[in-house]
Design a protein around this ligand. Sequence first.
Ligand code: SF4
Length: 284
Amino acid sequence: MGQQRLTRQKLMNPITDRTVQSAGKPLPTLQVLTPDPGPDQLRGALAANPPLEPSESFLAGLAADSEQLENATPQEILQYAVDRFAPLFTMATAFGPEGMTLIHMLAEIAPATPIFNLDTGYQFAETLELRERVKQRYGIEVELKTPDTTVEQYEAMHGGPVYKTDPNRCCFDRKLRVLHEAARGMHAWASAIRRDQSDDRQRAAIVGWDHKFQLVKISPLANWSKKEVWNLISKHDIPYNPLHDKGFPSVGCWPCTRAVQMGEDERAGRWSGFAKKECGLHTS
Ligand code: SF4
């Protein structure tokens, strides 16, 4: 999809900005080709064929559409997205309950929609098994988009797990860079965020321009509640991650996810111990 800009990344520790040492011995020189998100014109819809430019009139049109879709159902919003942007319309999912409801809806509305998962290498086995269940139930093969380095290479490059010391850096390298690659050449992507999940998400438009990834972002579930999501899952027996039944309302990578206690916020178990509450995909 689209073109790739590749730059060589040196083996530097992101904290000390010095060459990584291990037990007194320098690690072997490992050079890894790392995709650089590059300047705006190489991102998202600007790199599409044909490119989609966020002109003032285009953005005004999106804002009008978003306003009009405020009272639409998620299915109607997805239909709008498919009618307007397919085949350059895609969806990212971490197989959360919201993502599963959108997959269920897309299976009825437009099953050929390309859906992908950012496979950081740190996902729970239960999450990856859910991908198989999606294939069995809907015949939809969610594509795994992976970083250029394996977990082993990445941790060797940085002298250990980066999620322990600098989770923002780890999320950038293993999620955001990968999403930049996945979004390049597309016109629009769907996300499964709900406005009531966090202060950042509160401001999500139903349809708007995603400045970070430079393409249209559609959030069909922006106005839905957690209860509505789970009602749909129960009604249609939609497959979901079994970890949700074990105290994990929100499931991300295993090192950065813990079960939550009664009364805790639904995202309290993500990056517990850090101020971080978002991986950066849905923040401006
Ligand atoms: S959630 Fe944790 S392990 Fe996953 S990419 Fe972010 S910091 Fe790394």
